[in-house]
Design a protein around this ligand. Structure first.
Ligand SMILES: *Cc1c(COP(=O)(O)O)cnc(C)c1O
Length: 227
């Protein structure tokens, strides 16, 4: 199925999207699909798999902002550190330390989001609230001079239960507000929450960035996914 440029136009013209950043999630999708949205002006794309991201970045226009939104293994940070725009899924201090190290090697400061575990499912990654507040309140943060913690990212439960999803978004926004008060995080301004099925609910609950895939690119071929 080709990329749905009509859905794209419709999405970006919605009132609720006015002050919200759109990351088009292009995992498993071919370069032609990315170029279709690029030609309409889209510059922010999200990928979940390191090798796929590296290949795409090498063959697509250099003014694309690449977001890494998947689960990132420490030993793979080095492959994306030279060019990645924002890493959404930082779910451990160990990973933060590795990103800091690879950023330094590349003479860069890499923007990151800390992932918070808000879903009821065990399968999703992320800090719990206590661990997160401990980390961002600690003076260890000051040593990580080559990462900039820009905000938080979370994924709601995979569920049709709107009440449950709302509750999870509300809880992430509450944690976000607490973190935003920290003097140790001067550049804290991104709340990445919401996907194809729940982006408008996420925006109602304070999301500043939505990650939308299947609504724009059609359903994915799950055989190609390795989560
Ligand atoms: C795949 C993915 C998305 C996009 O999901 P859709 O339901 O296709 O919009 C968003 N965020 C993350 C972390 C993902 O892995």
């Amino acid at each position: 199925m080709p990329v749905n440029t009509e859905s794209y136009q419709q999405l970006i013209s919605q009132e609720c999207m006015k002050n919200v950043q759109l990351v088009a999630v292009s995992k498993t999708k071919p370069n032609e699909d990315i170029m279709s949205l690029y030609q309409l002006g889209q510059r922010d794309f999200g990928e979940n798999y390191v090798q796929e991201l590296v290949d795409k970045a090498a063959s697509l226009p250099s003014d694309i902002h690449w977001h890494f939104i998947g689960h990132l293994q420490s030993n793979k940070v080095k492959y994306i550190a030279p060019f990645v725009h924002l890493i959404h899924g930082v779910d451990s201090e160990k990973l933060l330390i590795e990103i800091n190290k690879q950023a330094q090697k590349n003479n860069r400061v890499i923007d990151v989001l800390l992932q918070v575990h808000i879903a009821t499912e065990e399968t999703k990654f992320g800090f719990d609230e206590m661990a997160l507040l401990e980390l961002i309140g600690s003076d260890r943060i000051a040593q990580y001079t080559h990462v900039k913690i820009r905000g938080l990212m979370g994924m709601a439960s995979f569920s049709d239960d709107q009440k449950l999803i709302q509750k999870e978004f509300f809880s992430l926004k509450t944690i976000y507000n607490k973190c935003a008060q920290s003097l140790l995080l001067p550049a804290f301004d991104i709340l990445s929450m919401g996907m194809s099925s729940d982006y408008s609910l996420a925006i109602e609950h304070g999301s500043t960035l939505v990650r939308v895939g299947s609504l724009l690119f059609g359903a994915r071929d799950y055989k190609k996914e390795s989560i």
